[in-house]
Design a protein around this ligand. Structure first.
Ligand SMILES: [Zn+2]
Length: 140
């Protein structure tokens, strides 16, 4: 954990509750108080109706692979020992999409539409990254 060299998010006033959530192994999403839609990434105004009212809600952590690529050439030395890895756009049940990794899975098995569940990777004391693994019962 202390040797993590990858890029790290810098929590700000909008995203700090999200990163506190991942540290507790909770995936929190903002839900607009006016139109009730979920949004990601965290921000102060709803991108659909511009309301500034929202609540933090715990996502189910279930979703599916919307799109993905398998990275074979490390984009920086920090990723040298991680290739090949799966960079994926995950669509959560709540309707939002987030960029993440599919882990605990042979990259050759990943498919668009594959059901996934969130897992939490504490890469530093401050930052826990949400990643996704195949949902239980997914055929190999
Ligand atoms: Zn709204």
């Amino acid at each position: 954990m202390a040797n993590y060299e990858g890029p790290l998010p810098r929590p700000d006033k909008d995203s700090e509750p999200y990163w506190e959530g991942t540290r507790r192994h909770e995936l929190l999403l903002q839900q607009c108080s006016a139109c009730r839609r979920f949004r990601f990434y965290p921000r102060s105004l709803c991108p659909f109706c511009f309301s500034d009212g929202f609540d933090w809600r715990a996502a189910t952590g279930r979703g599916s692979v919307y799109s993905f690529t398998v990275v074979h050439r490390a984009p920086s030395p920090a990723f040298r020992d991680k290739v090949p890895y799966v960079l994926a756009l995950i669509e959560l049940e709540e309707g939002v999409r987030m960029m993440s990794n599919v882990v605990d899975c042979d990259p050759a098995r990943v498919r668009i539409g594959m059901p996934v569940v969130v897992v939490f990777d504490a890469v530093t004391d401050e930052i826990t990254l949400p990643k996704f693994k195949p949902a239980p019962g997914t055929p190999p």
